[in-house]
Design a protein around this ligand. Sequence first.
Ligand SMILES: Cc1cc2nc3c(=O)[nH]c(=O)nc-3n(C[C@H](O)[C@H](O)[C@H](O)COP(=O)(O)O)c2cc1C
Length: 210
Amino acid sequence: MSNIIESLEWRYACKEFDASKKIEEKTFQKLMDGLILSASSYGAQPWEFVIVENKDLREQMVPLSYNQAQVKDASHLIVMCRPNTIDEKFIDGYIQNVCDVRSQEPQELEGFKKMLMYIVKKSDEDKANWAKNQVYIALGNLLTICADMKIDSCPMEGFVPSKVDELLGLEKLGLKSVLLCPVGYRADSDKYANLKKVRHPSSKIIKVIS
Ligand SMILES: Cc1cc2nc3c(=O)[nH]c(=O)nc-3n(C[C@H](O)[C@H](O)[C@H](O)COP(=O)(O)O)c2cc1C
């Protein structure tokens, strides 16, 4: 088993990627395999991940990301999205997925569907927040997988989602961007790579109620 603590110490929010270093496609696929295994509320996976390969678009995303060059320099750019609409059709799609994978009939999952319909009945704002929370779980998972695979990453909410959505035509895909995660390999010149990690001591943030 890999030493996960060592890997988590090694990772950092990469500020400067080496634009000449590319993640091999097979390795990237493995990363995506791990990403889709992320946990989510009810297993509903209210997310899609858009990989932006187009160089021009990635250049154009820099000013929309407060001039953070990671979006253009990293090997791959993952735009982590939530669905624009969470309705009965969305739930039915998930139920069908369960049926396909577990050889079940939709009638067997009627109780489960009823539970999932609570999400549909939420206000638009609450649905958006619920979906966003799930995307953040996927981000956490992605960062850990990257660390384990010795791939650098930078979690990013420093961008203007509405502008990025417009640029990438996400509306047509029924999506709204939540987070960006450029992944690749750090540049030797990135001063942030060797900074000591700043974390609260466990005595401050881990409480035991016995
Ligand atoms: C949700 C989220 C959004 C973040 N957004 C940005 C960002 O836009 N740009 C950036 O350089 N770092 C961003 N960070 C990185 C944090 O600043 C970084 O994780 C934190 O300072 C801890 O440092 P470390 O990850 O290097 O250990 C973000 C982190 C998270 C979890």
